[in-house]
Write a protein that binds this ligand. Structure first.
Ligand code: UD1
Length: 425
């Protein structure tokens, strides 16, 4: 177990590059199972979740080799469709394997997925969607058994535009007989990236980025020799908020600005100066900055739930009262008591937080309970007076590759320390 030790107060400055998107890379890695062959994926970040997906693919007989930010994946050696329970429980994205495995082998055996502790995260929409494609699914004793002698296209209306369910259904439908329509599909940029990848494999998918995705099933697919994953919009958004919060002056490079519109808009409204270029952003923080009267997380193109904890950290130091509603996940406020320990004035009322600022944040020992909560505490530590210790660095490692090195490059004083060392002091 490791912790981040942060000496707050440095104004971030300089340039930082954004790595590939975890949430795009994970389903695309799963999609390589759809047909045997050698794939080269570029811009794949070296993160804990990606390593778990590599371990799962390896356990299924797939050969995966990393060279820098490239992954070489050979799925011709696939020898199993049983996903080991232990690996399954480590990451929610393991559920993506259901669609491709059943499409390729006619069967899949999985456990229930794990992942961040951010409220209840059922998989009913995944299961109902695949059932509509003619997959028989039985659940018993924590195991999900899927069988599909023949996948058949269908119209699937999602009750909620779930990102993962949309992706799972897309991956199964590409090899189904006939046409599949996903109504009320999620519109996230990662879904568009998956569509591009599937089409590069010979699939016929259109409509990603809208609420209606149409997939015409094809008889066969082929591997993709080279595919570049999109940049991570949440990592970019985290740097943006951290730069603004520390009154910094930072260039954020390798971004797709359209993917960040909602985040840019909110931080800009607080008073920060943000210049947008083709593939980079220039952020200049100001003090004091303003509160946001009302903000609600919602599916894309709304404000992303994955930026809510970082935005709440940012707003603790804004002048005035901010109100933030979390509408996507029901238990995503575990960063709040930790921010309060650092001096933030925040009250939680069911799905809403009321933040009164500006708070004078002071260093404290706090605990990351999930990935984005961890990022928000690191941000608060950067802006706080004195030393902050954020325990649970492994949560942050699930989504940020070598965060401390990137932040040190911007002048932050942050280091990673084994928790044992800290306990001995
Ligand atoms: C993905 C992202 C995650 C992000 C989330 C919302 C990946 C790997 N992860 O997660 O970082 O926070 O989108 O943008 O891409 N739901 C159901 N039944 C289901 C599926 C989902 O009720 O079968 C609910 C969830 O509990 C949640 C909401 O739908 O309240 C959104 O979940 P979903 O869009 O599926 O998120 P994930 O795909 O898990």
């Amino acid at each position: 177990m490791e912790s981040f030790v942060i000496e707050g107060g440095a104004r971030l400055s300089g340039a930082v590059g954004v790595h590939g998107a975890k949430n795009a890379a994970l389903p695309i890695m799963a999609a390589t199972l759809l047909t045997g062959g050698t794939y080269v994926l570029e811009n794949v970040p070296d993160l804990l979740d990606i390593r778990t997906m590599i371990d799962i693919l390896a356990a299924l007989g797939v050969q995966v080799r990393r060279q820098g930010e490239r992954l070489f994946i050979d799925t011709s050696t696939l020898s199993s469709n049983v996903v080991p329970e232990l690996l399954m429980s480590q990451m929610r994205s393991s559920i993506f394997l259901m669609g491709p495995l059943v499409a390729r082998t006619g069967e899949a055996v999985l456990g229930y997925p794990g992942g961040c502790a951010i409220g209840s995260r059922p998989i009913d929409l995944h299961i109902e969607g695949l059932q509509k494609l003619n997959v028989n699914i039985h659940e018993y004793g924590g195991t999900i058994l899927c069988r599909a002698p023949k996948l058949k296209g269908s119209t699937i209306v999602l009750d909620y535009p779930s990102v993962g369910a949309t992706e799972n259904i897309m991956m199964a439908a590409v090899l189904a007989e006939g046409t599949t329509r996903i109504v009320n599909a999620a519109r996230e940029p990662e879904i568009q990236d998956l569509e591009r990848f599937l089409n590069a494999m010979g699939a016929r998918v259109r409509g990603a980025g809208t609420h209606a995705i149409v997939i015409e099933g094809v008889g066969a697919l082929h591997p993709v020799e080279r595919y570049r994953i999109i940049p991570d919009r949440i990592v970019a958004g985290t740097y943006l908020a951290a730069a603004a919060m520390t009154e910094g002056d930072v260039w954020i490079e390798n971004v797709i600005p359209e993917h960040l519109e909602a985040v840019i808009d909110v931080v800009h409204k607080t008073g920060a100066r943000i210049d947008v270029y083709a593939d980079r952003l220039h952020v200049k923080g100001v003090r004091p900055y303003r509160a946001v009267h009302k903000l609600s997380t919602s599916p894309h193109p709304g404000f992303p739930t994955d930026m809510q904890p970082q935005l709440v950290a940012y707003l603790t130091m804004a002048e005035g009262t901010s109100v933030v509603m979390e509408t996507v996940f029901d238990g995503r406020f575990r960063h709040i008591p930790e921010l309060v320990k650092m001096g933030a004035n925040i009250v939680v009322d069911y799905h809403t937080v009321v933040i009164r600022g500006p708070a004078r944040l002071v260093g404290a020992r706090v605990k990351a309970t999930d990935l984005r909560a961890g990022a928000s505490l690191v941000m608060a530590g950067l802006a706080a007076e004195g030393m902050t210790i954020v325990d649970g660095a492994h949560h942050v490692d699930r989504g940020y590759s070598d965060l401390e090195t990137a932040l040190c490059g911007l002048g932050a004083r942050i280091e990673r320390v084994p928790m044992k060392t800290l306990l001995a002091q």
